[in-house]
Design a protein. Structure first.
Length: 462
């Protein structure tokens, strides 16, 4: 049910009570399996983002050099020195979102693992909590992000906010407070403290894309910071989400209370999130898959024209750039992605190296028409699709439509898929033999921890 302000339910209290009460033994096997996949996907995304967004990451490390070298207990990826948890969470989240290959949720229209697992991993290592407590907090964080994010969409995105940052700060704060052992009132205050700090503009999807990871990084940092303040007795404002001066009022006119309440504590949102096959904006993926199918059927025929139909939101976020000037822009161009696939057969990390793009790809981009068809977005059915038509010199034409991309809950990754992704994302770091062993080692370790969760948490890496 859609509600105006003040809201009829106390959202903050409800999610705080839920976060406080959830226990590991309430999680079924499918949810635990999903946790394992998403933890491995997070590590894969860190490796990819560190490499792909390297110039920005170098600048971040330079600016934060003093904090990195100060005493701390939390690991930063690719760094020999440990840091305080908030700083480690910030940098790890920036890396995890750097290649745009990290997980997300369609309803909430944003990414989760990059900020959430960064925040919880840093705090778990610092506090020496159990892996069981870490997993409970992960499930809570995904639930709060997906439910609250879905409840305030599409208002939030229509106002130009990026849910990864805006909703992420709330989810990280609640989950971090749970990990620290705070009860319902402490989780409530952590959320309240985070609500007035939450930030993130969607503009970073259109220009200045290399700074987009800051939204995830700030969400992680805010979450850790807010939870620690709450743990030290700081009291936040009352009704921070539902008040007529609160967070929800800032981001939307209407709130879908049903999205928050339906199945809370019984249906876990991590099972409704997606994993990504390609290092690009999710709105490009169905067009990429359709183009791959056409390329397989006609790998060598001369192309005279291409038409791509997709929904308006995809065009708004990933349809404004024709020929990208940087790897960051390459992740947000439907035309470039499709042209690359039709020429090369796939869209991988090499496609982000736009300085070496061949003339055939450039020529194909000029022959592509991008058209809006909002029937290809049916949120209640989980559909955010694309249709691609390719016309050839001999007069023939091939048409493919993909409504649900690989990695969505309706078309999920299996264990083999996540292992291949992990290997692809870390291939720049290790040779092929070492890579296989390290990938399988992380996979086995995570699954072992899920079966014996009472052990102390230790940093997740290959």
């Amino acid at each position: 049910m859609l509600r105006q302000y003040p809201l009829s339910i106390e959202i903050t209290q409800i999610v705080s009570n839920y976060a406080s009460s959830l226990r590991f033994n309430e999680l079924d096997s499918s949810t635990l399996h999903a946790v394992g996949l998403f933890l491995i996907d997070y590590v894969a995304s860190v490796y990819a983002g560190y490499r792909v967004n390297s110039q920005f990451n170098s600048a971040l490390n330079l600016v934060l050099q003093g904090e990195i070298t100060s005493s701390g207990k939390s690991t930063i990826y690719f760094c020999d020195v440990k840091a305080p948890s908030a700083s480690a969470a910030f940098l790890n989240a920036a890396y995890a979102h750097g290649a745009d290959i990290d997980d997300g949720n369609k309803g909430a229209m944003g990414h989760i693992g990059a900020h959430l697992i960064s925040a919880l991993g840093s705090l778990a290592e610092e506090s020496c909590c159990s892996f069981k407590t870490f997993v409970e907090s992960v499930v809570v964080g995904y639930d709060i992000f997906c439910r609250l994010g879905s409840a305030v969409q599409p208002g939030l995105v229509n106002r130009g906010y990026h849910s990864t940052g805006m909703v992420g700060a709330i989810a990280c704060a609640a989950a971090s407070a749970k990990l620290l052992g705070l009860r319902s009132d402490g989780i409530y205050h952590s959320i309240a403290i985070a609500a007035s700090q939450a930030s993130g503009l969607l503009l970073v999807g259109e220009t200045g894309q290399e700074t987009k990871p800051l939204n995830a990084a700030r969400a992680a940092q805010i979450g850790v910071f807010s939870a620690k303040l709450a743990a030290n007795g700081v009291v936040g404002p009352a009704c921070p989400l539902e008040s007529n001066k609160g967070w929800c009022h800032e981001v939307t006119d209407l709130v879908d209370e049903h999205a928050i309440l339906d199945g809370l504590g019984k249906r876990f949102s991590i099972n409704e999130c997606y994993l990504k096959k390609y290092p690009s904006c999710r709105h490009t993926h169905c067009a990429i898959e359709a183009a791959e199918q056409i390329r397989k059927k006609a790998p060598s025929k001369e192309i005279t024209g291409v038409s791509i139909w997709t929904y308006g939101h995809a065009i708004e976020l990933a349809g404004q750039i024709d020929m990208p000037r940087s790897s960051s822009e390459a992740k947000f161009s439907i035309k470039y992605a499709v042209a690359t696939v039709l020429n090369k057969g796939t869209f991988g990390f090499q496609a982000l190296e736009v300085g070496s793009v061949n003339s055939e790809v450039i020529k194909l981009i000029s022959r592509i028409d991008l058209l809006q068809d909002d029937t290809l977005e049916r949120i209640s059915e989980g559909v955010r699709g694309a249709r691609v038509s390719v016309r050839f010199r001999d007069g023939s034409e091939l048409l493919e439509e993909v409504l649900i991309p690989k990695g969505d809950p309706e078309n999920p990754f299996n264990d083999g898929d996540i292992l291949r992704k992990l290997s692809d994302c870390a291939s720049w770091k290790y040779d092929s033999h070492d890579l296989r062993a390290r990938s399988q080692g992380l996979f086995d370790r995570v699954n072992c921890l899920l079966k014996m969760p009472d052990v102390e948490f230790s940093f997740l890496d290959m």
